[in-house]
Every structure is written in structure tokens, then in C-alpha cells.
Design a protein around this ligand. Sequence first.
Ligand code: CO
Length: 138
Amino acid sequence: MIGRLNHVGVATPSIEDSIRMYRDTLGVTDIGDKFKMEEQGVWVCFVNVANSQIELIEPIDESSPITRFLRANPRGGQHHICFEVEDLLQARDAMVAKGARVLGEPRIGAHGTPIIFVHPKDMGGVLIELMQTPTAAH
Ligand code: CO
């Protein structure tokens, strides 16, 4: 059973342009610093709203998995949604047991806790990220 919606992942060709849009057009005041996630091939920036976060993701270079997404969606767009789970390995095993395709091995996500992705073809067309619920330290 999934827990709360943690964030919505949004791919963008320019985190700076997206920050301007969220700040100046939508009036968001709580926006984190952009940081690099080398292994995932992306820059990440969290836009904090009252009940959740938008995770802006921009490719580091052409080899990034996000590059292909941006070729199909040049202006950027919604890329994934992320739900928290109490125990990531248990959730992974449950997904596999129910026939959903889990993409790759668990890895450490942008919040510093383990994550997996579940194939959109098994999730009603939506790429689903499951992340272990962060503790107070995260
Ligand atoms: Co995410």
C-alpha cells in the first residue's frame, strides 16, 4: 500500500527558466538549490508547495535518460509521480509479485532514501517512483 504523494517529477530543458515560472508566475517562494545527480544523469531542483513538491529534472548531457523525453516533449512536461512507501524492498517485491515491471535495482534518490521506478506500461501510462519514506534526518 502506497503512502503519501511525495512529489511530481517534471522534466525541463532549463531549470532556471522553470524556477522563474514557478516563482514569478505562480508565486512560489520556497525553492531549493539546483544540484547534480551524476549517476542519474540529471540536475534536480525542488519547488516546495504547501502539500508537496515539484521535482524539476534537467539532463546533464545528451546521454541522460531525460534527453530522450525532452526530444519527444521539447518544452518539458510531467515525467513521473512519486509515492512514499514504508519499506522499499518489500514494495519492490510486491510490485514484482503482482506482475509490474520494476526498472533496475533500488538506488538512492534525490531525497537520500532508496527508490525504484515502475514501468508506465504497467501503471496506466504513468511512470511511478516509489521512495522509502524519509526519516527526520532527510
Ligand atoms: Co522523483
